[in-house]
Design a protein around this ligand. Structure first.
Ligand code: NAD
Length: 283
């Protein structure tokens, strides 16, 4: 029997509708949730991502504030912009689209965001709070993965979860969230020997390595839930995940497609975090 496909696009639509209802209620109390999107330079891929986020905001009744700056913007100028957004009462969330141009100190910029408006969950304050189980705003991609598991009815408590990838924006926070839900968690990375032997033990396998189709069917336990975070561009221009989808879906219990899986959920969680942040800031 084939795996249950967790349809991220449909789930994202549903969550966006829920956020629309929540933002409508906030608007009735005089607070329209607002998200500022800071985009420096004219990287075409970043512009596409920002447009997608703007569209999701519109659909959920969230105002988006377009903060586009020229590629020559200095770190000091960008910090000033962040300070202005931190102090702007119409703005409940601040997103800095990555990557920033190389001459900009990205760490300084991200850490300048007011943690109360840190809807990407990348500040050290937000990540530290997540570590201690008190996250106000958690990173969107792993939050989307967790919601997918929850809504698909995948049991987490007491199960063995394996996360492939240890970045601060996906792998590490995903591992913390799984731990918070009482999974037994293993984190793998590029120095892990015998990766397949570890992934084969996983009841839940989260793949975030950025390596096209590296997870093959023989690396997956029959019946496992496989969440594919990877987004890779193939030479023919098509997108694929980190998982060999066709072969693995014949073996797994649940699987997320690429595209149409974690990607749409990530955007939706950004809107979700903005609405949450607005509700908190509105008191
Ligand atoms: P990253 O490059 O920062 O981290 C990759 C991690 O994978 C590293 O920890 C590395 O050690 C590990 N890794 C690399 N090769 C490996 C291998 N052969 N075996 C085991 N581990 C290996 O990447 P990231 O920012 O965490 O993103 C990972 C992937 O997820 C990328 O494809 C990225 O495009 C995608 N992504 C998708 C979304 C989404 O919304 N769907 C969001 C963020 C990132």
């Amino acid at each position: 029997m084939g795996a249950i496909i967790i349809d991220g696009a449909a789930m994202a639509r549903q969550v966006l509708d829920e956020q629309k209802a929540a933002s409508g209620q906030l608007a009735q109390r005089g607070c329209v949730p607002g998200l500022a999107m800071v985009l420096v330079g004219d990287d075409p891929a970043s512009a596409v991502y920002v447009r997608g986020k703007e569209r999701a905001c519109r659909e959920a009744g969230v105002l988006s504030f377009d903060a586009r700056l020229p590629a020559a913007t200095t770190t000091a100028e960008l910090l000033q912009k962040i300070d202005a957004l931190n102090g702007d009462a119409r703005v409940h969330g601040i997103l800095v689209q990555l990557p920033l141009p190389e001459h900009i100190d990205a760490v300084a910029v991200l850490q300048r965001i007011d943690p109360a408006k840190d809807v990407d969950g990348f500040t050290w304050r937000s990540l530290g709070a997540l570590l201690d189980g008190h996250a106000l705003l958690a990173p969107c991609t792993p939050s989307g993965c967790m919601l997918m598991l929850e809504r698909a009815g995948v049991p987490v408590a007491g199960r063995h979860a394996v996360v492939v990838g240890r970045s601060s924006i996906v792998g590490k926070p995903a591992a913390l969230m799984l731990l918070e839900r009482n999974a037994t968690v293993t984190i793998c990375h590029s120095h892990t020997p015998e990766l397949a032997a570890v992934t084969r033990e996983a009841d839940i396998l989260i793949c975030a390595a950025g390596k096209p189709r590296m997870v093959t069917a023989d690396m997956v336990k029959p019946g496992a839930a496989v969440i594919d975070v990877g987004i890779n561009r193939l030479p023919d221009g098509k997108l694929c995940g980190d998982v060999d989808y066709d072969a693995v879906s014949a073996r797994a219990g649940w699987i997320t497609p690429v595209p149409g899986g974690v990607g749409p959920m990530t955007v939706t969680m950004l809107v979700h975090n903005t609405v949450q942040s607005a509700a908190r800031l509105a008191g």
